[in-house]
Design a protein around this ligand. Structure first.
Ligand code: ATR
Length: 292
């Protein structure tokens, strides 16, 4: 994609950035710079390889250098909860920070305000990209790592009726199920495959990133004929083996590009005070990730 900015960088340009480890695969700079240019801001969005032991110093450095804000990706989202000055409700609720806004706190002091835009992005993607009504829905969720846990808690908070959890390390699924029983007692949560039909299968494992990966569920224990829709948080490749077999089984499908897009659009809104230009950001993301 060509450079989206008409104005060159000058001494007044301000910066946002994403910190991660690894970071070189990140599509966020392409997506966010397209958004910043469309909003007419003299800002740029950068990406930095930051190791976890340097995260605190890196956040402090960005604050001192007048950055507008930061995104944090793997493995920083949990660590950053202890490194910001104030937590938004979203970050408290989900126990993770993926967005920081540096903001004036009086007397020339700048504070780091931590937000979480991932959880909302999950439900927005399920609604907009799959047309799913979450209240009352029955869901089979694959994966109970960082992303799986937030997805499970968020779906429970949205009022799904049943949540079936599967994870390679079963103890993690059991821990998430226990957390849901405390936080959302109205949801029927269990660890294991459902016997009856579900409305959605959601993959929150990393299986599918590599072409040789196995399916993220055991086909001898569950058939995709028993679901109406499948969402795969993986977006590279655009069509994972899971989405291929789901299409063959007649399911509605969507990949994780929407989640990446919606968390980014919300972050941009938090920094700029203006709605993120979603379609322009989507186009930039697709060009960056799929080359078209
Ligand atoms: P993220 O923050 O992206 O969720 P994570 O916390 O490392 O990353 O979680 C990765 C998820 O993919 C976990 O559910 C993990 O299962 P474990 O909890 O048993 O580790 C799952 N996963 C990764 N590789 C897997 C594999 N080869 N087979 C099955 N599940 C796998």
């Amino acid at each position: 994609m060509s450079e989206p900015f008409r104005q060159p960088i000058d001494a007044c340009t301000r910066y946002c950035a994403v910190f991660g480890h690894p970071i070189k695969h990140s599509a966020s700079p392409a997506m966010q710079n397209a958004g910043l240019a469309a909003l007419g801001l003299n800002w740029r969005y950068l990406a930095y390889e930051v190791e976890p032991e340097n995260l605190r110093e890196a956040i402090a450095g960005a604050k001192r250098m007048g950055f507008v804000g930061l995104n944090l990706t793997v493995p920083h989202k949990l660590l950053a909860v202890e490194m910001v000055d104030v937590l938004d409700e979203s970050a408290k609720t989900w126990g993770a920070v993926n967005t920081i806004r540096f903001e004036p706190a009086g007397n020339g002091i700048i504070r780091a305000h931590g937000f979480n835009t991932d959880a909302e992005a999950i439900t927005r993607a399920l609604r907009e990209d799959l047309g799913l009504e979450l209240r009352g829905a029955k869901v089979l969720l694959l994966g109970a790592g960082g992303a799986g846990r937030v997805a499970a808690l968020k779906l429970a908070a949205e009022g799904v009726s049943e949540l079936h959890l599967i994870n390679r390390t079963e103890a993690k699924a059991v821990a998430v199920a226990d957390e849901i029983r405390t936080r959302s007692p109205g949801v029927k949560v269990s660890v294991g495959y459902p016997r009856a039909e579900v409305d959605l299968v959601l993959n929150a494992t990393s299986l599918g990133l590599k072409v040789e990966d196995a399916l993220p569920f055991d086909p001898t224990k569950f058939s995709l004929e028993k679901t109406h829709a499948v969402y795969d948080m993986v977006y590279r490749p655009a069509e994972t083996s899971l989405l291929k077999v789901a299409k063959l089984a007649g399911c509605r499908t969507a990949n994780g590009l929407g989640m990446l897009l919606y968390q980014g659009a919300k972050a941009l809104e938090i920094w700029s005070g203006q709605p993120g230009p979603v379609e322009i950001m989507r186009q930039a993301l697709m060009e960056n990730v799929y080359g078209h």
